[in-house]
Design a protein around this ligand. Structure first.
Ligand code: PLP
Length: 459
């Protein structure tokens, strides 16, 4: 706990110098949005602020701290690597033991026929790399027009130029001159909102696949390079796919020789109760994006995992085109690699994937028991340790609340006042949950109860 004067000084320094992501700038600058929360510590599923308040973090930071806070094994692995070698680059075939170990491990465990991993620092840059790989692959195999990338409305793939364009929510594009040309969007796979009256999940999935096919045919299959999607739609509303969706979509992609990029940034490493979202839904990707759970947020690290099919074309062309000219100063950073190895050791040793499945089943059940009957709840959904409650003004007509009422944000704030962090998702009135995978059933009960009390308080 810090004293009042120190807290005020930190807040002032922050307010006068940090450009915060996803923050209303004027409200923050003038103090209308309150003071910054100064986070000082974390242990297990809890974080602590400078005033000494403790919060249950039911969102694992930003869906990343899967092993929980304060794991000394990871801190020690980071320190050991920093003492022996804090940095060396990976250009021109330099490596470290930690990186080689991690990369080999990822190739063995990744979905699809993985061959190589390109390391970056964030999910955004990894998806930027994926776009370049799609363009590179198609140039090298003599298909220079096959460059467009299709993503989905409400998909989230990051905030950089191309990844931000793949993100299918317009408020991420507005005033930023996005989307970048050549990035297209198709409909979100959300049965609750988009199914026709009486349409089954399977029929809805077939319709979404048919719409994707129509888009490919309209644009010309020779111009479509890839389709990118999260196995479970994440930031766009935590929405598991409807029945049959992935089978139908993959059939279309194969028909038109379109690469599939599976964005496993949230789903990867156990979050859904399976190793990857791809394993859960029988997805066979050509490219896989990982980040977040890879290091549980202990260090910034991401990977663009490349299949045999794509890599072979790249290697075979290298006599003709020269070196693979893409890379960052910090690609394969040894401290981040050491953190990832220590995190994956914990995930394996503590069987966190299996835990996400069993505790996840309890979580989904409790969430439904508590919320599904409420008049202002349209849908309760999720898989594993990912969950969402979507609020509506009228259950029968599915009328949404007036956005100015900020229902989701107010419930999230009421939960926070009770010591629970559950996220108001940016799209609609949705309260999102993604607790660390080490959460216990008793803690799940507490999370669900606090969220319920917060809902009752606001509505
Ligand atoms: N892809 C998905 C599915 C994500 O959820 C995110 C971030 O939330 C990203 C990519 C972008 O990752 P980052 O914020 O590390 O750039």
């Amino acid at each position: 706990m810090l004293d009042i004067k120190t807290i005020a000084e930190i807040a002032e320094r922050d307010r006068s110098s940090v450009l915060h992501p996803f923050t209303h700038l004027k409200d923050f600058a003038t103090g209308k949005a309150g003071d910054p929360t100064i986070v000082t510590g974390g242990k297990g599923i809890n974080i602590k602020d400078a005033q000494g308040r403790t919060y249950i973090d039911a969102f694992a930071g930003l869906y990343c701290v899967n092993i929980g806070y304060g794991r000394t094994e990871v801190a020690e692995a980071i320190a050991r690597q920093a003492y022996s070698l804090a940095y060396y680059h990976t250009y021109a075939a330099h490596t470290t033991e930690q990186l080689a170990t991690l990369s080999d491990r990822l190739v063995r465990m990744a979905p699809g026929k993985a061959s190589k991993v390109f390391f970056g620092l964030s999910g955004s840059d990894a998806n930027e790399t994926q776009a370049k790989l799609v363009w590179y692959y198609n140039n090298l195999r003599g298909q220079p027009k096959k460059k467009k990338i299709i993503s989905r409305e409400r998909g989230y793939h990051g905030c950089s130029v191309v990844s931000g364009s793949m993100t299918g929510m317009s408020f991420y594009h507005d005033h930023m001159d996005l989307p970048f040309p050549g990035i297209l969007h198709t409909g979100a796979p959300h049965h609750y909102w988009h199914a026709h009256p009486g349409e089954t999940e399977a029929d809805f999935s077939r319709r979404r696949a048919a719409e994707l096919e129509d888009l490919i045919l309209r644009e010309g299959p020779e111009t479509i390079g890839a389709f990118i999607a999260e196995p479970v739609l994440g930031t766009g509303g935590i929405t598991p796919p409807p029945e049959g969706y992935w089978r139908e979509i993959q059939a279309v992609l194969r028909r038109y020789d379109v690469l599939l990029i599976a964005d496993e940034v949230i789903c990867g490493f156990g979050r859904t109760g399976a190793d990857f979202g791809c394993s859960l839904y029988e997805i066979e990707p050509d490219l896989v994006t990982v980040a977040k759970g890879l290091t549980s947020g202990y260090m910034p690290l991401s990977g663009a995992i490349v299949s045999e099919k794509v890599y072979k074309v790249m290697e075979e062309a290298s006599d003709r085109v020269g070196a693979f000219s893409h890379g960052y100063t910090y690609s394969g950073h040894p401290i981040a690699a050491a953190a990832a190895n220590a995190v994956l050791d914990i995930v394996e040793k503590e069987r966190l994937r299996d835990r996400a499945k069993t505790v996840g089943e309890h979580f989904q059940k409790r969430l439904k028991e508590r919320f599904a009957q409420l008049e202002i709840v349209g849908e309760v959904r999720g898989v594993g340790l990912l969950g969402a409650v979507e609020y509506v003004a009228d259950r029968q007509t599915k009328r949404r609340f007036d956005p100015d009422l900020k229902v989701g944000a107010r419930i999230s704030k009421a939960a926070r006042d009770r010591g629970l962090i559950a996220r108001a998702m940016p799209h609609g009135d949705i309260l999102g949950f993604a607790p660390p995978l080490v959460v216990s059933e008793a803690e799940i009960d507490e999370i669900v109860d606090l969220a319920y009390q917060a809902t009752k308080q606001v509505m």
